[in-house]
Design a protein around this ligand. Structure first.
Ligand code: PFF
Length: 395
C-alpha cells in the first residue's frame, strides 16, 4: 500500500473538527488528577526544583518523542489502537501480532478508568461538602476524621464512582463531535479560568513566596535512582502514554495538523497546569501553617482545613474540587474512548452500547478499589508480588 492509499483508507470514525478542539481534547486527557493532585505532592516530597528539572527532562526527552510516535501511528492507521497496530505492522511487512500491544494499551486505559473514577468521585463528594459548609472550623484531626469517614463508606464511594462513570459514558456515547468535542469545548476553558483564579487567590491571600520556594528551590540531595524513576513514571502517566488513548485521538486527526507542533503545545500546557496547580496549593498551605508534605492527604485532608478558615473558603474550596473533577473528567473520557473506538469497527457494536457495557464493567471492577478502603482493607490479593506488598499510594 502506498502513502496515497493509506490516506484514503475508509474509516468508521469521525475526524476532529479543528486543530484547536483536538488540542483541547489531548490536553484534557493529559491534564488530570496526575497534575492537580499527584504532581505538586511529588515535587514537595522529592527535592522541589531538582525534581521539576528531572521531570522536565523526562517529559521533553522521553515523553515528547513517544507522544509524537503515538499520534503519528494513530493518524496513519486511522482506526482504534488495536486495529491500527495490526494494520500498520502488516503494511510494513511485520507480524500482525503487534495488535497485542494495541490491546495492552486499551486494557491499561480501561483499568485506569476503574480506579481513577473512584478518586475523582472523592472530588465530587468534597465539592458538595465544601458548598454545604462542612469545612467550617475544621482542624487537622477533624479533617482527617471527615476524610476517613468518606473512605469508610462503601455506598457513598460507589455512588460517586457511578456518577463519574455515568458522565463519561454519556459523553463518549454521543460521539467525537457531539460528545468529546462538546465536552472539552466547555470544560477546558472552565479548567483554565478556575486554575488561574485560584493562583490569583493564592498570590493575594496565600504565602506565595513560600509556595514558590517549596516548589522550585532545588535540593539535589533528594535525587536518587528511585526519584528519577518516579519522574519517568509521572511523565508517562501525565502525558497519557502507552494507553492507546493518544493513538486513538491521533486516528481522528486531520492530515494538515503538524504533530510536532501539536505535541509541543500539549506537553507545555500539561507541564504549565501541573506547576500552576502547585502555585495555587502551596501558598495556601503555608499561609495557614499546615504541613505541605502530607502526601496524598494534601488535597483531601490538609487543604479543607485551610478552606474552612479562609474568607470565601466555601467557594474557593468548591472551585478547587471542581477543578479536580473537570480535570479528571476530560481524562476519563480518554480512558473509555479507545475501547469504544474498537467497538465501532465491529458491525453490530453501536457506540452507545459499547460505552454502556464498558461503563458497567468498569464500575463493577472499580468496586474493588472502593472496598480496598473499607471492607477489604488490609487484604492484598497480589501481596506475594514484592513491589505490590506495600500500601499503594493514592492517585
Ligand atoms: N494523564 C492523566 C493524568 O495526568 O491524570 C492520567 C491518564 C488518563 C492516564 C488517561 C491514562 C489514561 F488513559
Amino acid at each position: 500500500m502506498n502513502e496515497g492509499e493509506i490516506m484514503q483508507r475508509t474509516t468508521v470514525h469521525e475526524t476532529w473538527s479543528s486543530r484547536t478542539v483536538f488540542l483541547l481534547a489531548a490536553i484534557g486527557s493529559a491534564v488530570g488528577l496526575g497534575n492537580i493532585q499527584r504532581f505538586p505532592q511529588m515535587v514537595g516530597e522529592n527535592g522541589g526544583g531538582a525534581f521539576v528539572l528531572i521531570y522536565l527532562i523526562c517529559v521533553f526527552v522521553i515523553g515528547v518523542p513517544l507522544l509524537m510516535a503515538e499520534l503519528m501511528i494513530g493518524r496513519r492507521g486511522r482506526q482504534s489502537a488495536i486495529t491500527t497496530m495490526r494494520l500498520v505492522a502488516v503494511e510494513e511487512g511485520h507480524s500482525p501480532r503487534w495488535t497485542y500491544l494495541g490491546w495492552l494499551g486499551v486494557l491499561i486505559a480501561f483499568f485506569v478508568l476503574t480506579f481513577y473514577s473512584v478518586i475523582a468521585g472523592w472530588g465530587l463528594d468534597y465539592m458538595v461538602k465544601s458548598l454545604v459548609g462542612q469545612f467550617a472550623g475544621l482542624d487537622a484531626a477533624r479533617s482527617n476524621a471527615l476524610f476517613n469517614g468518606l473512605l469508610a463508606d462503601p455506598l457513598r464511594l460507589a455512588f460517586w464512582h457511578a456518577v463519574f462513570i455515568g458522565l463519561s459514558v454519556f459523553v463518549v456515547a454521543r460521539g467525537v463531535h457531539k460528545g468529546l468535542e462538546a465536552a472539552v469545548n466547555i470544560l477546558m476553558p472552565m479548567l483554565f479560568i478556575i486554575l488561574l483564579g485560584l493562583v490569583g487567590y493564592a498570590m493575594v491571600k496565600g504565602d506565595f513566596m513560600a509556595g514558590v520556594n517549596f516548589l522550585f528551590a532545588p535540593d539535589f540531595s533528594k535525587i536518587t535512582g528511585k526519584v528519577i524513576m518516579l519522574a519517568v513514571g509521572q511523565s508517562f502517566f501525565t502525558l497519557t502514554l502507552g494507553a492507546g488513548a493518544m493513538m486513538t485521538y491521533g486516528a481522528y486527526l486531520p492530515q494538515n495538523v503538524s504533530i510536532p507542533r501539536a505535541v509541543s503545545i500539549i506537553a507545555l500546557s500539561d507541564t504549565a497546569v501541573a506547576l500552576l496547580a502547585g502555585l495555587a496549593l502551596f501558598p495556601i498551605v503555608f499561609a495557614f501553617g499546615l504541613d505541605p508534605n502530607s502526601g496524598s492527604g494534601l488535597a483531601f485532608v490538609t487543604l479543607p482545613v485551610a478552606f474552612g478558615q479562609m474568607t470565601g473558603g466555601t467557594i474557593v474550596g468548591a472551585l478547587f474540587f471542581m477543578l479536580l473533577v473537570i480535570a479528571a473528567l476530560t481524562s476519563i473520557i480518554a480512558t473509555l474512548e479507545p475501547l469504544v473506538a474498537w467497538g465501532e469497527e465491529h458491525r453490530g457494536f453501536k457506540r452507545s452500547t459499547t460505552a454502556i457495557v464498558a461503563g458497567i464493567i468498569a464500575w463493577v471492577l472499580g468496586t474493588g478499589t472502593v472496598f480496598s478502603f473499607n471492607i477489604w482493607k488490609g487484604f492484598y490479593p497480589l501481596g506475594w508480588v514484592p513491589v505490590l506488598r506495600a500500601k499503594p499510594s493514592l492517585a
